[in-house]
Design a protein around this ligand. Structure first.
Ligand code: MG
Length: 217
């Protein structure tokens, strides 16, 4: 195994550990957002799920490739989280992992492809389109920003900073939207004026990815 490969696998474990910390720190906020337009369990669900992921990855052999680690992470989420976020992030991380396959290291384009595969999985499972007030509204602009940055020749950490900014902006863009998918859609027009919790936690996850890659580079 090359040194580079070790760094790349470490990006996934660092990323997932950072997500566990971020959703724990923001758990109250996520729950508050979900209480407004859902059932108020999003903070607790994300916290429980990613803390289990952190533990599962800590138990992995150091030579397991990054794609495999993402598949383990996705399966762990599915088995530990009730509600929509477990299955959705579960499919997202499993698809991202399958997209990376067994490569020992990945470049920006491969990471962008993996994120796109994650989004495709979410869209397939949740049948949500941009504008439906879901996590898709944070993730789609995020991967677009990542690709724009890479196409402009930016280093990966810089392109990911733009991707994280776009995800946060995408999460904020859900405020005036009326929910068309998920539990919030039952509220109809009353869902307008609230930021979507799933889009909010998705932005936390992309920001954590930026930090993990920056630390490694
Ligand atoms: Mg909920």
């Amino acid at each position: 195994m090359t040194t580079e490969a070790a760094v790349q696998a470490a990006i996934v474990t660092t990323w997932m550990r950072d997500v566990a910390e971020a959703v724990k720190a923001e758990s109250g906020h996520l729950t508050q957002l979900d209480a407004a337009i859902g059932d108020g369990d999003h903070g607790v669900n994300m916290e429980r799920g990613f803390s289990a992921v952190e533990k599962a990855l800590a138990g992995q052999n150091a030579e397991v490739p990054p794609g495999r680690l993402l598949i383990v992470a996705g399966k762990t989420l599915v088995s530990t989280v009730g509600g929509a976020s477990g299955p959705l992030w579960g499919v997202a991380l499993r698809r991202a992992g399958r997209s990376l396959g067994d490569v020992e290291s990945f470049d920006g384009e491969q990471l962008a492809d993996a994120l796109q595969a994650a989004i495709d999985g979410v869209v397939e499972l949740g049948a949500a389109a941009p504008g439906d007030k879901t996590m898709v509204d944070a993730l789609v602009p995020s991967v677009e920003a990542l690709r724009r940055g890479l196409a402009a020749g930016e280093p990966l950490d810089r392109a990911l900073a733009s991707a994280a900014d776009a995800a946060e902006e995408g999460a904020r863009s859900t405020v005036p939207m009326q929910a068309r998918k998920g539990r919030a859609s039952y509220l109809g027009e009353r869902s307008i004026g609230h930021q979507d919790p799933g889009a909010t936690s998705s932005a936390l996850i992309i920001r954590a990815l930026e930090r993990a890659v920056s630390q490694a580079s």
